[in-house]
Ligand binder design. Sequence first.
Ligand SMILES: Cc1cc2nc3c(=O)[nH]c(=O)nc-3n(C[C@H](O)[C@H](O)[C@H](O)COP(=O)(O)OP(=O)(O)OC[C@H]3O[C@@H](n4cnc5c(N)ncnc54)[C@H](O)[C@@H]3O)c2cc1C
Length: 179
Amino acid sequence: ADAVVVGIGARPATAWLAGSGIELGVHREVVTDDRLRTSAPDVYAVGDCASFPSGRYGERLLVHHWDNAVQGPRTVAAALVGEAPEAYDPVPYFWSEQFGRFVQYAGHHAAADELIWRGDPATPSWTVCWLRDGALVAVLAVGRPRDLAQSRKLIDAATPMDPALVTDPAVPLKKAVRV
Ligand SMILES: Cc1cc2nc3c(=O)[nH]c(=O)nc-3n(C[C@H](O)[C@H](O)[C@H](O)COP(=O)(O)OP(=O)(O)OC[C@H]3O[C@@H](n4cnc5c(N)ncnc54)[C@H](O)[C@@H]3O)c2cc1C
């Protein structure tokens, strides 16, 4: 291309919270605990503006996706009506459509995780899997919604996988587990 215009990233607009007593994080996001409580009593935060500690991934997550903005309020609503919600620790998920392709990602991965191609990226349908200590932690599926659906359960259960089987796109992911 002669010119490329890139618009990447988002930053929570939380300047108005300065001095409120609500703790902000390094990305200017509202810092919550695993029940999405802020540092101020009876104040909760969900969605793009808030980070939460993920026991699943061992780090604080700031997720800028629609599914997170939909799931988090369940935890908050439970607390507000007097129930004792479980810790908020989802398998993050998003989908998008890019150039006619259905793109889905589930989980969370780091650069150090083992990357496994599943199918040929030169074709319309392929998947990338990331393993950590042999367990599935994240999946990117392009035109392969079945891979995504199966992987969400496998990620949730931290299922140990067989890398040789994961590589073969003809083998369903749920059958590519280590036995
Ligand atoms: C261009 C773009 C494409 C995206 N594509 C995808 C996608 O394909 N898939 C996906 O999963 N996610 C996508 N997202 C992310 C998704 O839109 C967000 O994760 C989601 O909207 C977050 O919801 P939210 O309620 O936390 O915040 P928002 O939807 O941002 O809602 C926050 C609201 O608060 C209002 N507000 C802010 N400050 C104040 C204030 N001081 N007082 C009163 N109101 C205030 C804002 O005006 C806004 O209406 C995309 C986002 C963008 C920008």
